[in-house]
Design a protein around this ligand. Structure first.
Ligand code: AMP
Ligand code: GLY
Length: 419
């Protein structure tokens, strides 16, 4: 099969790395890809959000299957456009990808189908939003409705902070139109766990549970990032919690989307908080998480192409998804200054040595020069991923493997998996 993966980060490298192991995949392409993906797939210089360009290229080059990984092309209807062109595509159509693209939509869905989540109200009027905050008091959470690169959420510890957040979103349009509708919700407390699940519109198979680390610095300090590391499985996700999530959250979500005429095919990302009243949904995403995908797919013991095809064909119930025993940890090596301001274009050394130590080094922001040299080309640069019999062993191996790697101003957290 000729397969195209859309995207170009660490998540897409992990997807390509796993697909390249499938005997079914004879030719693998990735658009736009990156310096590491170029080692397992042919990179095609088309932007991930260029829906028309992507469909045209896939048609002209006779792709048998396309996997759309990032949120924005999904929200833009890339899967719908590929299907209309007769090309099987993995990922939700726009009408199902909306569970990530609109927080107001997903909150409404959860309310209607009684899926546990934080209590909330939606506002399009600034003064009403401000009045609601004053009646509720702090702590309180303010969210821009639309996609805001993961930055549209403010967990406010005071009423003033919440008011400022609402003004910035609704009045100053800090996130553009994404903030003209805001969701204001109750602040939940408890450990956070992420569960990604394969879905074929009707059936659902959860992957290993995972946790990521969003803040830039040790001790969960500093600004929010795309994720500084991740590990799986999460020790907080006990079999009892898993059973409760399946019954109260996962299956009802798939059934709800189906009942609404928006069957979900692809990966649903359940961001969960394990509160004292049971697991509740923090957010849905309509795709694989980054960096959670890197450790999760490293643990997958089943042909990923088989799983993708069964999701598209509606036959996921016929597939046994198997996992390696133990745990996996992905340590992100970032450019100094990320996520605020950083320089790119620095040479990277030591990747081959890291891989000799048993890790897989997924590239996030890199590019390959014609000479073959790999340069930094983004905020998150590499994801050093290692397996272990226990979570501690996986963490130790990831850190040991990262030791030989260096580039100018390299920054990483020293507490991935420990907090
Ligand atoms: P989101 O983009 O919705 O995942 O929110 C980003 C982060 O904000 C989450 O990972 C949580 O840590 C936090 N958060 C979001 N909603 C709530 C909530 N209702 N209560 C407490 N924390 C929240
Ligand atoms: N790691 C968080 C996300 O992918 O949204």
């Amino acid at each position: 099969m000729k397969v195209l993966v859309v995207g170009g980060g660490g998540r897409e490298h992990a997807i390509c790395w796993k697909l390249a192991q499938s005997p079914k995949v004879t030719e693998l392409y990735c658009a736009p890809g990156n310096g590491g993906i170029a080692q397992v797939a042919t990179c095609v210089p088309i932007k991930a959000t260029d829906v028309a360009g992507m469909v045209q290229w896939a048609k002209e080059n006779a792709m048998d299957f396309v996997m759309v990984a990032p949120d924005d092309p999904l929200a833009l209807g890339m899967v719908d456009a590929l299907e209309a062109a007769g090309i099987p595509a993995f990922g939700p159509r726009a009408n199902a990808a909306i569970i990530e693209a609109s927080k107001a939509f997903s909150k409404e869905l959860m309310k209607k189908y009684r899926i546990p989540t934080a209590k909330y109200e939606t506002f399009t009027d600034l003064n009403r939003a401000l009045a609601y905050i004053r009646t509720q008091g702090a702590p309180i959470v303010v969210k821009a409705d639309g996609l805001a690169l993961g930055k549209g959420v403010v967990v406010a510890s005071s009423v003033e902070e919440a008011e400022t957040a609402v003004r910035e979103m609704m009045e100053d349009k800090k996130f553009g139109e994404s903030g003209s509708t805001v969701v204001i919700e109750e602040c939940m407390v408890g450990p956070e766990v992420t569960v990604l699940a394969f879905c074929d519109g009707e059936h659902l198979i959860p992957m290993l549970s995972s946790q990521d680390h969003k803040r830039a610095f040790d001790g969960n300090q500093g600004p929010n990032t795309g994720g500084m590391g991740a590990f799986c499985p999460s020790p907080n996700y006990t079999p009892e919690v898993a059973e409760q999530c399946m019954k109260e959250i996962f299956l009802p979500t798939v059934a709800a989307l189906r009942a609404e005429g928006r069957p979900f095919r692809g990966v649903i990302y359940f961001g969960l908080m394990l509160t004292k009243d049971g697991p509740k949904v923090v957010e849905y995403n309509a795709r694989f998480g980054d960096p959670e995908t890197q450790p999760i797919l490293s643990m997958l013991d089943t042909d990923l192409m088989d799983i993708f095809q069964s999701c598209v064909d509606g036959t996921l119930d016929k597939v046994a998804v198997k996992w390696k025993p133990g745990a996996a940890c992905c340590l992100v090596l970032a450019s100094g200054g990320y996520p605020v301001k950083y320089q790119s274009g620095y040479p990277i050394s030591g990747v081959a040595e890291a891989e000799k130590l048993g890790a897989v080094v997924f590239h996030a922001g890199t590019k390959q020069k014609d000479s073959g040299e790999i340069l930094t080309a983004g905020g998150r640069v590499l994801g050093v991923t290692a397996l272990g019999a226990s979570l501690n062993e996986a963490i130790e191996r990831a850190y040991a493997a990262a030791k030989p790697i260096s580039f100018q101003d390299m920054h990483f957290r020293t507490d991935i998996g420990k907090i």
